[in-house]
Design a protein around this ligand. Structure first.
Ligand SMILES: O=P(O)(O)OC[C@H]1O[C@H](OP(=O)(O)OP(=O)(O)O)[C@H](O)[C@@H]1O
Ligand SMILES: O=c1cc[nH]c(=O)[nH]1
Ligand SMILES: [Mg+2]
Length: 210
């Protein structure tokens, strides 16, 4: 499955604002939601529709409505929460499956500490959301557990992705499409994305140590 870098001017502008080191927590949070919504718009552009006839102002008219594809949004704690409301703005009826994963800052290994999935996963499109795809460990662990739970249709939505992480996810899960607002240059020696956004969880939750 391909990687989609969303090169829309609104996405590029908003992501550019997020890269400012002195951006407030409030603005970083708002922009995470906005870019999350714009990524969603792209990621679900093939949702199935069905025709339905309704009574319009000049008589009957055939319109299209979503044919009821079930969706679950899967925020990876913590930072994925920062995109959740943006996704739900466009898909308000989606069920939310929460996965808690923290990266060990020394080994960079993803450690799962919580898993609360909704039902009927075999019938749902899962949209996994996390601002950062760095080594790819957290995303792979999430996709692994969704597949173990029966999910067959999974898409990953991230604000920034590193080429190293994209490659790992694509080779572990070639069926999963990735939607990114930006594919950045590389990882640094601590596993942070360059130029990146810094620690997205800290910036969304305001836990950054000064
Ligand atoms: O691709 P990876 O190398 O796995 O790194 C990316 C992960 O790291 C960050 O989470 P972190 O572990 O810092 O947790 P947090 O969201 O609770 O801050 C980020 O939100 C991703 O989940
Ligand atoms: O650059 C990075 C890498 C992992 N997690 C983050 O929050 N930022
Ligand atoms: Mg963090």
């Amino acid at each position: 499955m391909p990687i989609h870098e969303i090169r829309h001017p609104l996405v590029r502008h908003k992501l550019g604002l997020m890269r400012r080191a002195d951006l407030s927590t409030k603005s970083f949070r708002e922009l995470s939601q906005e870019v999350g919504a714009l990524l969603t718009y792209e990621a679900v552009k093939d949702l199935p529709l069905e025709p339905v006839t309704i009574r319009g102002w000049a008589g009957d008219v055939e319109v299209e409505k979503l044919s009821g594809k079930k969706v679950t949004v899967v925020p990876i704690l913590r930072a994925g929460i920062g995109m959740l409301d943006g996704v739900l703005t466009l898909i308000p009826g989606a069920r939310v499956s929460v996965v808690g994963i923290a990266r060990n800052e020394e080994t960079l290994e993803a450690q799962t500490y919580m898993e609360r999935l909704v039902g009927e996963l075999d019938q749902r499109l899962a949209l996994v959301i996390d601002p950062m795809l760095a080594t790819g460990g957290s995303m792979i662990a999430t996709i692994d557990l969704l597949k173990r739970a029966g999910c067959r249709e999974i898409r990953a939505l991230v604000l920034v992705a590193a080429p190293e992480g994209i490659e790992r996810v694509m080779s572990a899960h070639p069926d999963v499409a990735i939607y990114a607002a930006s594919i950045d240059d590389r990882l640094n020696e601590n596993g942070y994305i360059l130029p990146g956004l810094g620690d997205a969880g800290d910036r969304i939750f305001g836990t950054k140590q000064h």
